[in-house]
Design a protein around this ligand. Structure first.
Ligand code: SF4
Length: 285
């Protein structure tokens, strides 16, 4: 596992949680029992350049150590499975920072082996993030110490209308996930997502997630900020629904927000009425 050391690293792995009325920051880690990814995400930047995902860039830099067959390949690392069990201090652990654990190419058996470790290491809080949400409900119900995330669809040179259609499909799949905390990573915010959420809310009481991460687009060192009206209309919707928001460090927006979902939030899963149930989210640790 790799420790995410401030100010670098993936900042939202360092979860702040309320313990006895005090906010405690957990150390953040990434854990990659699977590696490589076949999604091939790309985004077109406002200056016309095209960027790939950061994980591919890193994997190609590490080509001799761990990614010998390139990034678009599935690497299964059973030797890494026990790592969270050896770490006794509670931590926030992002699973699959260099892959998509729920990608269509990962076998169900491998996913279940990873899930079993997450279930056993119940003193940690795990965060998964997928661009293949159709598969997530197959693993219901998720242990309460696993936060189940879905990323905004990648650009793939699509027009914003294509992104909006894909996002609506993602929301339908997210609605079926049974997890205490579901989250959406809206990074990069490459099109105006607020109209999609507004359209969803015409027929649903709430969005199918309990936490949102918002970030800007980047190509190497060049950062491209989303249009301010996209951010403000998105925040209006999330605030109205009391969904906590975490800003990635590359998003220029004031005042800053680095909020995390907290235990003890009562909510209703938006499953079809017959399967609807109410429960209190109780996070591990
Ligand atoms: S899903 Fe994630 S890891 Fe895979 S190509 Fe897309 S951004 Fe990269």
């Amino acid at each position: 596992m790799n420790k995410q050391k401030p100010p670098k690293g993936i900042e939202w792995t360092r979860i702040k949680k309320s313990v006895d009325g005090q906010f405690v920051e957990l150390p953040g880690y990434t854990w990659n029992p699977v590696g490589g990814c076949l999604h091939g995400c790309t985004w077109k930047m406002p200056d016309g350049s095209v960027t790939e995902c950061y994980a591919k860039t890193i994997a190609e830099r590490l080509a001799s150590g761990g990614y010998k067959q390139g990034f678009a390949h599935h690497y299964w690392r059973p030797q890494a499975l026990k790592e969270p069990l050896r770490l006794k201090t509670p931590a926030g652990i992002f699973v699959g920072s260099m892959s998509d654990l729920f990608g269509h190419w990962v076998s169900e058996d491998q996913i279940r082996q990873v899930m079993n470790v997450m279930r056993q290491a119940d003193w940690h809080t795990f965060q998964t993030l997928s661009k293949y949400p159709v598969r997530l409900p197959d693993f219901n119900p998720f242990p309460s110490n696993v936060w189940v995330g879905v990323s905004l669809p990648a650009g793939h040179l699509m027009k914003p209308e294509g992104g909006a259609r894909a996002l609506m499909a993602y929301l339908r799949h997210m609605m079926l996930i049974q997890a205490d905390i579901r989250f959406m990573s809206i990074e990069p915010l490459w099109f105006d997502v607020a109209p999609v959420f507004d359209a969803w809310l015409k027929t649903h009481d709430r969005l199918p997630f309990e936490w949102a991460i918002i970030g800007a687009a980047s190509n190497g060192r060049k950062i491209f900020q989303p249009k301010p009206e996209w951010v403000s209309s998105l925040l209006d919707i999330l605030d109205e629904l009391h969904i906590p928001v975490f800003f990635k460090g590359n998003l220029k927006w004031q005042p800053r927000r680095e909020l995390f979902p907290q235990p003890g939030v009562e909510r209703v899963h938006e499953l079809p009425a017959a399967e609807r149930f109410v429960f209190t989210a109780a996070l591990a640790g």
